[in-house]
Design a protein around this ligand. Structure first.
Ligand code: NAP
Length: 277
């Protein structure tokens, strides 16, 4: 599978398997995904499915070095010690002794904390130590908007390799994407299909029909064509396979523009500067 090179020289498969809201039966879906050839799995402490994913990986017999595993530090563990505890638990559940990528799931934000910058920088410092020790091969952030990135970069010794953000037709967060790219940070697209909300978008369906593909595949190709690592999620065996193995095609410039400016029908409504969780 095509790999994207990150700013520390490591490589990440351009398509990863999303696992949010897949607790029932996640072992089965991850088994299927691995059989189909996915080698990049995206999970998080808060998804509550790391243990089952660990079992699926163990059963697959795939060499650990052939897999790319990402997990995330949940908001209740934002702190120097919280990070260490969280990573130890994630490693146990995933039955591994290292992570390929560890992310801060959401930034401490300006709405909830007066000292949000300090919280994010001490969380990051702890992650930098894990990175230097080799327990974590790469570190990154998720849902960081420009002010959160700018503040973090003031004190960071290690620049995040990725920023995993909501990204799909109609919601491309251009300012965050541009600032991340200017700083050598690769974008990963979460909810590339808008958690399924985009499947019924009329304008998107007209465009996908023109290319003879499904709306979901159009969304995935859109992300790839934007130079973004994409994390589709599915519990349907056929969709799991198609999302990885569809025949690549080229979306025209005018259709890319139309998809970027589509109405926000896929948007989750979550603003990282304003969320209260
Ligand atoms: N960092 C963060 O804060 C954050 C937040 C949200 C998500 N994420 C990550 O991003 C991943 C993906 O986002 P998401 O879970 O919101 O979902 P998504 O990938 O945007 O959409 C999933 C939905 O699309 C449907 N679907 C998938 N492939 C399809 C296909 N080929 N044809 C038709 N329908 C298809 C699925 O239904 P079927 O099951 O029926 O296929 C499901 O309803 C997550 O699982 C998680 O790993 C991260």
């Amino acid at each position: 599978m095509k790999q994207v090179i990150l700013n520390n020289g490591t490589e990440i498969p351009e398509i990863g398997f999303g696992t949010w809201q897949t607790t029932e039966g996640v072992k089965k879906t991850v088994n299927l995904a691995l059989e189909d050839g996915y080698r990049h799995i995206d999970t998080a402490d808060i998804y509550g499915n790391e243990a089952e994913i660990g079992e699926a990986i163990e059963e697959s017999g795939i060499l650990r070095t052939d897999l790319y595993l990402t997990t995330k530090i949940w908001n209740s563990n934002r702190s120097y010690h919280g990070v260490k505890k969280s990573v130890e638990q994630s490693l146990n559940k995933l039955k591994t002794d290292y992570l390929d990528l560890l992310l801060i799931h959401w930034p401490a934000n300006e709405k909830q904390f007066d000292n949000w910058e300090e919280i994010n920088s001490s969380t990051w410092k702890s992650m930098e130590e894990l990175y230097k020790s080799g327990v974590v091969k790469s570190i990154g952030v998720s849902n960081f908007l420009v002010p959160h990135l700018r503040a973090l970069l003031k004190t960071a010794e290690v620049v995040p390799v990725v920023n995993q953000i909501e990204f799909h037709p109609g919601y491309t967060q251009q300012e965050t994407v541009d600032y991340s790219k200017e700083n050598g940070i690769v974008i990963e697209a979460w909810s590339p299909i808008g958690s399924g909300r985009l499947l019924k978008d009329k304008e998107l369906n007209v465009i996908s029909d023109n290319y003879g593909v499904s709306p979901a595949i159009l969304c995935i190709q859109f992300c790839l064509q934007c130079g973004v690592v994409v994390l589709p999620k599915s519990e349907n065996p056929e969709n799991i396979k198609n999302n990885l193995h569809f025949e690549r095609f080229k979306i025209s410039e005018s259709d890319m523009k139309a998809l970027k400016t589509l109405k926000e029908s896929g948007f989750s409504g979550l603003n990282p500067s304003a969320v209260d969780f």
